[in-house]
Design a protein around this ligand. Structure first.
Ligand code: A3D
Length: 321
C-alpha cells in the first residue's frame, strides 16, 4: 500500500506549521517545497527530528525541485508573500499571481491527481488562478478561508458566552475579505441559533454585531499585532482539517472557496460556501436560502471577488476567463 504523500508548496510560517501538524497527526509523508534555499530542508529536518520525541513516523523532505512532489495526494499552497501592517490582502495580488502561475505549472506536471488546497492571498482570486494555471478539475482545487473565518467566529463567541468552543458552530459565506458574511441565524451553540440566544438574554444584539465585525477583521487584528506577517497557526490547522476530510473521505461539510457554476446565482468564480469534502474533492456545494439582507451582503462580497479576478485577467490574460 502506497504511503500518503502531502506536498507543501511554500515552507514559510504556514508551511512549517502545516508540516508539523501533518507529523503530529500522522497524516502522511511530507515534501516541503520553497524557492528560498535551505529553508524547506532545514524545517523538514527539524520537524523530522521532533518525531523521535513525539513518536511519529512520517518522512519529511525539503526541496527546491518540483520533481519531488511527484505523485502527491494533496498539495497545500502557501507560496507567495503575506500581508504586513497597512496592507490589504488585495495588495498582494500582482506578486502572488505570478507565483500561482509557477506553482500551477509544477502541480500540473508532477501532481495532476492531487487535491489542491490554496491558502495564498488574496485567496478567492489566487485559488481561481491556481485552477487555471494547473488545469486540474475544478472540484480538485479549493481554497481555505471559511474554516479559518468560522474558527475565529467560534472562538470569539465561545469566549463571550463562556461555553466550550466545541459546542459553538459558525457559518460563514462569501469571499475571504473584510466583507465576508458570518451568518448569524445558521450559527449555533449546541444547535440553538444565535438569534434565539439573543432572545434568551445570553448576549445583546449590539455585542453580537461587534463580534461579527471583529471576525471580519480577524486577520488584520493579528497582522497589526505580529507586525512581520500574518496569522499562521489557525490557518494551518484549518487547511489540515480540509485535507483530513479528503484523505479519509469523511465528507465533512466545511466552508471553502469552491468553484461556483450557477450555485448562489454565481458563475465562474471561486467563493466561500459550505462544501462536502470527500474522496471526490469538493463533492457537493450546499446551497441554502438567503434572506434579502444576507443575499445583499453575499453579493457585495462576490463583487469584491469578481473585481480581483478581473484584475488577474488584466495582468495575466493567458490564464483565460
Ligand atoms: P511566509 O512565511 O512568507 O511564507 C511564504 C513562503 O513562500 C516563503 O517561504 C517564500 O520563500 C515562499 N515563496 C515565495 N515565492 C515562491 C515561489 N514562487 N515558489 C515557492 N515558494 C515561494 O508567509 P505565510 O506562510 O505566513 O503565508 C503564506 C500565504 O498565505 C500569504 O499569501 C498569506 O497572505 C496567506 N494567508 C492566507 C490566509 C487565509 O485564510 C486564506 C491566512 C493567513 C495567510
Amino acid at each position: 500500500m502506497a504511503r500518503t504523500k502531502i506536498a507543501l508548496i511554500g515552507s514559510g510560517m504556514i508551511g512549517g506549521t502545516l508540516a508539523h501538524l501533518v507529523g503530529l497527526k500522522e497524516l502522511g509523508d511530507v515534501v516541503m517545497f520553497d524557492i528560498a534555499e535551505g529553508l524547506p530542508n532545514g524545517k523538514a529536518l527539524d520537524i523530522a527530528q521532533s518525531g523521535a520525541v513525539e513518536g511519529f513516523d512520517c518522512a519529511l523532505k525539503g526541496t527546491s525541485s518540483y520533481a519531488d512532489i511527484e505523485g502527491a495526494d494533496v498539495c497545500i499552497v502557501t507560496a507567495g508573500v503575506p500581508r504586513k501592517p497597512g496592507m490589504s490582502r488585495d495588495d498582494l495580488l500582482g506578486i502572488n499571481l505570478k507565483v500561482m502561475e509557477q506553482v500551477g505549472a509544477g502541480i500540473k506536471k508532477y501532481a495532476p491527481n492531487s487535491l489542491v488546497i490554496a491558502i495564498t492571498n488574496p485567496l478567492d482570486a489566487m485559488v481561481w488562478a491556481l485552477q487555471k494555471a494547473s488545469g486540474l478539475p475544478r472540484n480538485m482545487v479549493i481554497g481555505m478561508a471559511g474554516v479559518l473565518d468560522a474558527s475565529r467566529f467560534r472562538h470569539f463567541l465561545a469566549t463571550e458566552l463562556n461555553v466550550s468552543v466545541e459546542d459553538v458552530s459558525a457559518f460563514v459565506l462569501g469571499g475571504h475579505g473584510d466583507d465576508m458574511v458570518p451568518l448569524i441565524r445558521y450559527s449555533t451553540v449546541s444547535g440553538i441559533p444565535l438569534p434565539d440566544l439573543v432572545k434568551m438574554g445570553w448576549i445583546k444584539q449590539e455585542r453580537l454585531d461587534e463580534i461579527v465585525d471583529r471576525t471580519r477583521k480577524g486577520g488584520g487584528e493579528i497582522v497589526a499585532l505580529l507586525k512581520t506577517g500574518s496569522a499562521f497557526y489557525a490557518p494551518a490547522a484549518s487547511a489540515i482539517e480540509m485535507a483530513d476530510s479528503y484523505l479519509k473521505d469523511k465528507k465533512r461539510v466545511l466552508p471553502c472557496a469552491a468553484y461556483l457554476n450557477g450555485e448562489y446565482g454565481v458563475k465562474g468564480l471561486y467563493v466561500g460556501v459550505p462544501v462536502v469534502i470527500g474522496a471526490g474533492g469538493a463533492e457537493r456545494i450546499v446551497e441554502i436560502d438567503l434572506n434579502s439582507g444576507e443575499r445583499a451582503m453575499f453579493m457585495k462580497s462576490v463583487e469584491s471577488v469578481k473585481g480581483l479576478v478581473d484584475a488577474c485577467n488584466q495582468i495575466a490574460p493567458q490564464l483565460g476567463a
